[in-house]
Design a protein around this ligand. Structure first.
Ligand SMILES: Cc1cc2nc3c(=O)[nH]c(=O)nc-3n(C[C@H](O)[C@H](O)[C@H](O)COP(=O)(O)O)c2cc1C
Length: 175
């Protein structure tokens, strides 16, 4: 049973995923019922899925539903955070070879409100593939929080410092 507006939170494999509880707490405070969908990389390197399930009261989804699980209710809004270089580029290119990417493709087509909070360094952000992907997603109506006053890419190998200023709150406000 859901207790509020439904938020689907897609978590990718980058440093802020270790602190995803900060975003979930802000979302709960704002009245959202949060369902986490995590990439394989996020689960392997960054997440404690048991704690997340306890915090959200829902299992963390990484793949298609098993027959014994209740379905995830459709979202009122979607946040992708932290959004990696990999997921942003694959999503914009129409690649759907994982559960999270397939879901994102469908939700984009449905016109659901989607907010993306990237976490990439300046070197990755400068790639033409990436800037074109951001442009493509924005043309699809996806809100990508990158630029002045939003997420600003950091110099390579300074990710740990950049974590301190990661604008979780902006993602919730935008949703
Ligand atoms: C410790 C560690 C830190 C990483 N940091 C980042 C990062 O800040 N940004 C990024 O885009 N990718 C980062 N990556 C690389 C991604 O995890 C990798 O591209 C992966 O394929 C992403 O998969 P996903 O998009 O399905 O989550 C990092 C990987 C590791 C192991």
């Amino acid at each position: 049973m859901t207790t509020g507006r439904v938020l689907h939170l897609f978590i990718c494999g980058a440093g802020p995923a270790k602190h995803i509880q900060d975003l979930i707490t802000l979302a709960h405070d704002d009245g959202w019922d949060v369902y986490c969908i995590a990439t394989q990389s996020a689960v392997e390197h960054f997440l404690d899925t048991d704690s997340l399930a306890k915090l959200t009261h829902h299992p963390v989804r990484t793949t298609y539903r098993h027959a014994d699980r209740t379905p995830t209710p459709p979202p009122d809004a979607v946040i992708v955070a932290p959004a990696t270089y990999n997921t942003i580029n694959k999503w914009a290119a129409g690649i759907a070879d994982t559960y999270p990417l397939t879901q994102l493709a469908e939700l984009t087509g449905l016109g659901v409100r989607i907010v993306v909070l990237p976490f990439v360094n300046r070197a990755l952000a400068r790639n033409q593939a990436f800037t074109q992907s951001i442009e493509t997603l924005r043309q699809e109506g996806v809100r990508v929080l990158i630029g002045p006053g939003q997420f600003e890419p950091h110099p390579p190998r300074t990710g740990d410092t950049a974590l301190k200023n990661y604008p979780w709150k902006l993602a919730i406000e935008s949703a």
